[in-house]
Design a binder for this molecule. Structure first.
Ligand SMILES: O=c1[nH]c(=O)c2[nH]c(=O)[nH]c2[nH]1
Length: 316
């Protein structure tokens, strides 16, 4: 090996894909939280585990998995992903003095209550889609070791939607590369990924992590972003995916002082009207279209982030 200087630039380690189902049995109307958790720890103390094969500071990832189950057993906040992630992360900082940062990501899988004979069932659920709710939290020690600083981003992933009218795409660049016809009325279908970044109040001590974060209505914000996404998708007379995306993101930043930035990634899943003129001159294009061919690949991909405040001059 050539004698070239190298150094360990970054490291984080932990357990991924910890699967856990919490059943809330406080009343006979049970609720369930089906979670996939990732916990990653970091700090300079872990350097020698990489560079000198020393496991002295290493908390086994198996123990991290066990901790997820124990905290889920005793926690009062499993149903608020952001608070449960904070509780887990703070636990690792409180328990192991040499851990500087904990990165906790939680995915919640859907279980909707069954309706049986027209009534919500007490303890039976069905998977009503692959959409997930997610949170990504990073908690680290502050200056004096007892302060905590927390960054939280939450998300909706995989919300698959389609509207059969109320979408157009016209007046785009036409040149020698263009074959796409102008569309006054087209299908709009996308699989929504949306992420929102929280404005978190300062946390003054280890004991204040949950009380401080509890001021933020995480569950209401999730419900609201999802509602705004669906309502805007359904009601907007869409001029393009870009224009509809911006309306969705702007509303949530305006609705919630707790949100600094809202991002969307919207694939444009194309459905093109099939030219049926080969059969007796059948009309199925433009205003005659009602038979479409879904196109699996390629899709458009429209992404943007809307932030609170006034754009810096350089961005205008
Ligand atoms: O809403 C759209 N935005 C685009 O940028 C685009 N490009 C394209 O081919 N179709 C669409 N649709």
């Amino acid at each position: 090996m050539a004698n070239v200087n190298v150094y360990l630039d970054k490291q984080e380690y932990g357990k991924d894909r910890v699967r856990l189902l919490k059943v809330h049995k406080d009343t006979k109307v049970h609720r369930v939280d089906d979670l996939t958790i990732r916990v990653l720890l970091s700090g300079p103390s872990f350097t020698t585990s990489y560079t000198e094969a020393s496991n002295k500071a290493v908390v086994a990832t198996d123990s991290m998995k066990n901790t997820c189950y124990i905290l889920a057993k005793y926690s009062k906040v499993v149903d608020t992903l952001e608070l449960f992630a904070a509780e887990l992360g703070n636990h690792f900082l409180n328990t192991y003095a040499w851990v500087e940062g904990a990165h906790v990501s939680i995915i919640r899988h859907r279980w909707a209550r069954m309706i049986i004979d027209g009534k919500p069932h007490n303890h039976s659920f069905w998977r009503d889609g692959e959409e997930t709710r997610q949170t990504d939290l990073f908690i680290k020690r502050g200056q004096n070791g007892t302060r905590r600083s927390v960054e939280i981003k939450s998300a909706i992933a995989g919300l698959l939607v389609l509207k059969s009218t109320g979408s157009a795409f016209e007046n785009f660049v036409r040149d020698e590369y263009t074959t796409l016809p102008e569309a006054k009325d087209r299908i709009f279908s996308t699989c929504v990924d949306s992420q929102w970044e929280f404005n978190i109040p300062a946390i003054t001590s280890t004991e204040q992590v949950l009380p401080t974060l509890s001021q933020v209505p995480f569950n209401e914000i999730y419900d609201s972003v999802r509602e705004v996404t669906c309502k805007t998708f359904a009601e907007d007379e869409s001029a393009s995916v870009q224009a509809t995306l911006y309306k969705m993101a702007a509303q949530s930043v305006q609705n919630w002082k707790w949100l600094n930035r809202v991002s969307y990634a919207l694939p444009n899943r194309h459905f093109f009207p099939v030219d049926l003129s080969y059969f007796r001159g059948t009309k199925n294009l433009n205003e005659h279209a009602d038979v479409y061919q879904p196109v699996a690949d390629p899709s458009g991909l429209i992404t943007a982030t809307v932030a609170r405040g006034v754009a810096p001059a350089s961005r205008l």
